[in-house]
Design a protein around this ligand. Structure first.
Ligand SMILES: [Zn+2]
Length: 136
């Protein structure tokens, strides 16, 4: 499909807003983003994936500090990007906010926060999604 990129973004909006993953009814493994079937259980899991709201709490597994930001993120550099292991198990990659890059460390407890991700000046669209901040 030629036009799949943009509709896919909008289809994913509820997940982006709410950290909705899903769980395999056969082996209980939790996925984020949600999957259509569990790679462990294959066909058995096809009708068995249940949506699950993730708490958005986790810890930093690894991180890097972005000094040269991509276009549209330039004003934000330097900023930390971390791989976060959620309490439920899935790992997500997200920007860390509300902390100085030098204060980030492996094992740091973080929680999700709903933030503006990108503003498109031409279309005027503003994209929102989750970022993470240290648990106080
Ligand atoms: Zn499974």
């Amino acid at each position: 499909m030629v036009d799949s990129a943009v509709p896919r973004f909008w289809r994913e909006i509820p997940q982006r807003y709410n950290l909705i993953g899903n769980q395999c009814g056969a082996c209980n493994t939790i996925y984020f983003p949600p999957r259509e079937a569990c790679p462990q259980c294959r066909r058995k899991s096809m009708d068995n994936m249940k949506p699950i709201k993730l708490k958005g709490k986790g810890k930093v597994i690894t991180y890097s500090i972005i000094h040269v930001a991509p276009e549209r993120f330039e004003g934000q550099a330097p900023y930390p990007i971390a791989i976060i292991e959620l309490e439920e198990g899935p790992r997500v990659t997200a920007q860390l906010v509300d902390c100085d890059p030098e204060d980030v460390n492996v094992g740091m407890l973080v929680e999700s926060t709903f933030r503006k991700i990108q503003e498109d000046g031409y279309i005027g669209a503003i994209y929102y999604g989750y970022k993470f901040r240290p648990v106080k």
